[in-house]
Design a protein around this ligand. Structure first.
Ligand code: DOR
Ligand code: ZN
Length: 352
């Protein structure tokens, strides 16, 4: 197959940041019609008013001609007001609430220390049908960083889901076979997003033959067995798995440091990478389900009317190594292999 036309994809997990970085990266999500926008700004998006203001800033930064709908989320804190969450949901502004265990990742320090304290919000969300997006890693320093997702399932997620079975939960950016199997075994109200980078590379890309900080992200990239499990899940057509790039730009200055930030900036080449993965798995016919259909089904939204066409070129396509922002350069995800797929509208494979 050398051409593939699918409904226009959505990105069910995206970091757009704010200010100069927002302006620099937003045009690079042009391949997507909608995206779930993560709320972990330096000053997090905690209230419905914060989310309305942030959505306005995103829409103001949209380049002319780029049709893009930001689906807003709230950052759950121990003082989140259930009434504000419900009002945001009922107004149509809020699509999900995000749980960051405090200390788990970038800008998570205002997240949740004690789940008991947010049960009133979670119970309200279950009542009204508002999904919870979860960063599924424990922060216990005793737990090895490569085990933090698996331990989260056992210690946090399973007890939470037993206590509030009506709560719709998305396990964000799953990285392990354990998480895939947990989602597959669930009877209802559980889904998972999978990133492009976790489908493309294993931890050797980050750590073998030199340390490559641009692959450092959270949850941390795991061993090959886990990548294979993610590939099987993503290409299976199972409606519980869908694309969330977790494209998370940081300037090179903040990545290439003795204590570098977690995050991979993958949005500009997410779809060509996905086509590569699905072709390798002999599953191109399942790409539309993963990128364009399963997410809307889960969130109860219509799929997009528009289509996009991916074309396989004989020659590898070229992408810039980095983009500029007023805060400094931002390096793109390096897929480690030549990519032959590009969006048809992107002459020469240049990112949108
Ligand atoms: O790698 C990551 N980067 N993982 C996260 O959970 C947060 C994100 C970010 O905001 O930079
Ligand atoms: Zn994220």
């Amino acid at each position: 197959m050398t051409r593939l036309t699918i409904k226009k994809p959505d990105d069910w997990h995206l970091h757009l940041r704010d200010g100069a970085m927002l302006e620099a990266v937003l045009p690079h999500s042009a391949d997507f019609a909608r995206a779930i926008i993560m709320p972990n700004l330096e000053r997090p998006v905690v209230t419905t008013a914060d989310a309305a203001a942030y959505r306005d800033r995103i829409l103001a930064a949209l380049p002319e001609g780029q049709a893009f709908t930001p689906l807003m989320t709230l950052y759950l804190t121990e003082s989140t007001d259930p009434d504000d969450v419900e009002a945001g949901f009922r107004s149509g502004l809020i699509t999900a609430v995000k749980l960051y265990p405090a200390g788990a990742t970038t800008n998570s320090q205002n997240g949740v220390h004690d789940l008991e304290r947010v049960y009133p919000v979670l119970e309200r969300m279950a009542e009204i049908g508002l999904p919870l997006c979860v960063h599924g890693e424990v922060v216990d320093p005793e737990v090895d960083i490569f085990d933090r997702e698996a331990v989260f399932i056992e210690r946090v997620l399973e007890p939470l889901r037993r206590r509030i079975p009506d709560l719709k939960v998305v396990m964000e950016h799953v990285t392990t076979q354990d998480a895939v199997e947990y989602v597959q075994a669930s009877e209802r109200n559980l889904a998972a997003t999978i990133t492009v980078h976790h489908l493309m590379v294993n931890r050797n890309a980050m750590l073998a033959g030199g340390i490559r900080p641009h692959y450092y992200c959270l949850p941390i990239i795991k061993r090959e067995r886990h990548r294979q499990a993610l590939r099987v899940a993503a290409t299976s057509g199972d409606q519980r798995f869908f694309l969330g790039t977790d494209s998370a730009p940081h300037t090179d200055g903040r990545k290439l440091s003795s204590c570098g930030c977690a995050g991979v900036f993958s949005a500009p080449l997410a779809l060509p990478c996905l086509a590569h993965v699905f072709e390798e798995c002999d599953a191109l016919q399942k790409l539309e389900a993963f990128a364009s259909l399963n997410g809307p089904i889960w969130y109860g939204l219509p799929s997009n009317d528009e289509s996009v066409t991916l074309v396989r070129h004989d020659e590898p396509q070229a992408w810039p190594e980095r983009i500029a922002s007023a805060d400094g350069p931002v390096t793109l995800f390096d897929p480690t292999v030549p990519l032959h797929w590009a969006l048809e509208t992107q002459a020469g494979g240049q990112p949108g």
